[in-house]
Design a protein around this ligand. Structure first.
Ligand SMILES: *Cc1c(COP(=O)(O)O)cnc(C)c1O
Length: 353
């Protein structure tokens, strides 16, 4: 018997962190920014003229593209925007990894990469990180149909540094290399200046973490005009009006407030450094984080046990039941108060267990 069930495409979806709506929960599980977005975002929302929503949005999101281009000293033709960097990355997988050769990415990295590769039938090979979660450039020298690396890496928080990544880009002139810089603003060095030197480099960033706009869904890619054109073409063969009118305005206003951006970043970084010091005191080990999260294991207690104890206390962090990292917790950086509350709880809990 043949039926409609045979025509369904079956995929294994990405599983995002929980989004409980509990007001008093300390939510440190999805690397959101604990602070509000730039003040102009609220002014725009309050004054928004709903009447203009009868019109389709600008499919090229010119207002936002130009604001990003100004901020990063680029031309409009070098910027692509999407509905969160998840959208930008999905479009990039479709656009640049259309090959029979395997896509390469680290075995410990953003767990959405496997899902997109499976969804778009892209062959892939995961390259093991070393025992310290470090990347080695020479591992990416083999034949491939493209490379994607998060930097700083997620969920480890490690910044591989420009030299290693540039070696990978230089060694693979026949493949597009995507650097997923979702966390770069929290203290790593962006490879953006290299897009002029390497026509195979695409740098992807997001407003979700450093710009506190996860709820608006804005991501962007920067690269040479040929790469960017190809992305728009694929996007426009799919759905031309993905980013709504309000979001385009909010994004532009957010990126124009550099002062607020820097102040708010500095607060998150200061909380992170304080939290590192306290976690170390409590017997946690972690790679040095250049992001808004810390990827830590405890010297004595299993991660899953601490995860459940925290959750019971209303503090939500992320645990990945995956090989090599199942004894780690990924703790997002919240406000100073939230981090103090978490440390106070751990202090008591660890004293009794
Ligand atoms: C959060 C994250 C993304 C997705 O961000 P959105 O812009 O919210 O879609 C992409 N890559 C990495 C490594 C991330 O951590």
């Amino acid at each position: 018997m043949y039926g409609w069930k045979d025509n369904i495409r079956r995929v294994r979806p990405y599983i995002p962190g929980e989004q409980p709506e509990l007001k008093d929960m300390i939510k440190l599980n999805t690397n959101e920014n604990p602070y509000p977005p730039a003040p102009a975002v609220e002014w725009i929302l309050r004054g928004y003229d709903a009447e203009e929503l009868n019109r389709y949005p600008d499919p090229s999101a010119t207002l936002l593209v130009d604001a990003i281009a100004r901020r990063y000293d680029l031309r409009r033709e070098e910027v692509f925007v999407g509905v969160g960097s998840d959208d930008v990355l999905a479009m990039s997988f479709m656009t640049f990894f259309h090959s029979n050769r395997p896509l390469l990415f680290p075995d410990i990295s953003y767990s959405f990469y496997d899902v997109w590769a499976e969804t778009f039938d892209i062959p892939y090979r995961k390259i093991p990180l070393d025992d310290h979660f470090e990347i080695h450039s020479e591992d990416y020298a083999g034949e491939n149909g493209g490379i994607i690396i998060p930097n700083p890496n997620a969920p480890t928080g490690i910044d591989a540094g420009q030299e290693k990544l540039e070696q990978i880009i230089r060694a693979n002139p026949n493949a597009v290399v995507i650097i997923d810089e979702a966390y770069v603003d929290f203290g790593a060095v962006s490879l953006l200046p290299l897009i002029d030197r390497y026509d195979n480099l695409l740098v992807v960033q997001t407003f979700s973490k450093s710009r506190a706009l996860a709820g608006s869904r804005i991501g962007f890619a920067m690269g040479n005009p040929e790469l960017i054109r190809a992305l728009w073409d694929v996007r426009n063969s799919f759905n031309s009006y993905t980013m709504d009118r309000i979001t385009q305005k909010l994004g532009a206003a957010s990126i124009e407030d550099e002062e607020y951006f820097q102040v708010q970043l500095a607060r998150v970084v200061a909380s992170r450094e304080w939290t590192k010091k306290e976690l170390r005191r409590l017997g946690f080990y972690f790679p040095d984080s250049r992001t808004n999260f810390i990827f830590a294991r405890h010297e004595r207690l299993p991660a899953i046990e601490i995860f459940h104890a925290l959750k019971e206390a209303g503090i939500l962090v992320r645990h990945f039941a995956l090989p090599k990292i199942d004894n780690y917790l990924r703790i997002s950086i919240g406000t100073d108060q939230q981090m103090q509350d978490m440390i106070r709880f751990l202090d008591h809990y660890l004293a009794d267990h």
